[in-house]
Design a protein. Structure first.
Length: 55
């Protein structure tokens, strides 16, 4: 199972803790941190199930 965890500067510790607690054993966790103009492109890719790299 792949788990995408969308984080920001102020909530990342609790988001990571929750993901570690709730994700099944062996799950692959991906942390996504998006800022500024990259947010819409990253959201589209995340919902489509793709890895998105926005420079």
């Amino acid at each position: 199972m792949n788990v995408l965890v969308w984080i920001n500067e102020s909530t990342w510790p609790s988001c990571v803790a929750a993901a570690r607690e709730l994700a099944p054993a062996g799950a692959s966790l991906t942390l996504l941190h998006v800022v500024g103009d990259a947010v819409p492109a990253a959201a589209r890719g995340a919902f489509a199930g793709r890895d998105v790299r926005v420079e």
